[in-house]
Ligand binder design. Structure first.
Ligand code: ATR
Length: 279
């Protein structure tokens, strides 16, 4: 029968996670399956989770809108969840349901898969656009990997402040409005777009103007539908090195698979295929 994995969330009918994990299983020479368990908003969440546990799956992924709601149903949470307050991966370990968050670390791995060490040196000036759940995960992924200069620009300043205050590490971090940051945009080596702005196949919206970015700076968007957002198009036009959102999807999954099976499978060869599926 092999490994049994699942995904819970809503809506998830078109999720790419089954494709990614089935590809990982094949590459790792393991038997198994990955099922979609869509839980409608009006559904009985508790019952659905109990059913999943009864099925004795080896692990499951959790996506919107249940990344926080799942926490009380777990026996243990990893440090990554304590920092971010959200779960994207659950593993069945020695009779216990353990929650992890692989988003931040997955994001850092996606950067490492694309850019050289010199472009990712720890003195890089980083700007995070947005201060939601995704930004929080990425922020912790970055500081856990030694990055120290991370500014925020967000529509609601308080939310950025709350993320910045969620670490005791000595970091340098300024918080600005989206209007203000455009004036300083040339001072960043890496700009990471974490909001939902631009998430629409025909969207011509970019959260900020990138006209004055530094040539060669990394311009990253976590939105992957469309694959090349307006934000990335602008970044490319103004001389940035663009980093696609679907790579985060791939590497957070790589880390989840590693937690479930103990095997690290190479994901870089899947990047192009994933891009073709999304196009
Ligand atoms: P996620 O968990 O996916 O990060 P979220 O918690 O809803 O989603 O966060 C969404 C982020 O996108 C927030 O930073 C939000 O800004 P606010 O903190 O001011 O709410 C940002 N966002 C969403 N729509 C936006 C818009 N039209 N303009 C600017 N920021 C926007």
């Amino acid at each position: 029968m092999g490994y049994r994995f699942a995904l819970i969330g809503y809506p998830i009918k078109h999720s790419l996670s089954p494709w990614i994990h089935e590809e990982f299983l094949r590459k790792a020479n393991l038997q198994g399956s990955y099922q979609i368990n869509e839980i409608p908003l009006e559904g009985n969440f508790k019952e659905e989770i109990l059913k999943l546990k009864e099925q004795q799956v080896d692990g499951f992924n959790v996506t919107v809108p249940y990344k926080q709601k799942i926490i009380p149903f777990l026996d243990k949470i990893d440090e990554s969840v304590e920092k971010v307050g959200a779960v994207n991966t659950v593993a069945y370990e020695k009779g216990k349901w353990v929650g992890y968050n692989t988003d931040g670390m997955g994001y850092v791995r996606s950067l490492e898969s694309k850019f050289s060490d010199s472009l990712l040196n720890k003195e890089q000036r980083i700007l995070l656009l947005g201060a939601g759940g995704a930004a929080r995960g990425i922020f912790h992924g970055l500081i856990d990997n030694g990055f120290r200069y991370i500014d925020f620009a967000n529509r609601t300043m308080d939310k950025a402040l709350s993320i910045r205050n969620s670490t005791a590490k000595p970091i340098h971090s300024n918080i600005m409005t989206l209007e203000e940051v455009e004036k300083h945009i040339h001072s960043y080596d890496m700009i990471i777009q974490t909001t939902s702005v631009g998430m629409n196949p025909n969207s011509e919206q970019s959260i900020i103007n990138l006209e004055n970015i530094r040539a060669g700076s990394i311009i990253s968007d976590i939105v992957y539908q469309p694959i090349k957002t307006k934000f990335l198009k602008l970044g490319e036009n103004y001389g940035g090195r663009i980093h696609f959102g679907h790579t985060m999807l791939l590497y957070q999954a790589q880390l989840a698979f590693e937690i479930w099976t103990g095997k690290k499978v190479k994901a870089d060869t899947m990047d192009e295929k994933l891009q073709q599926i999304l196009e």
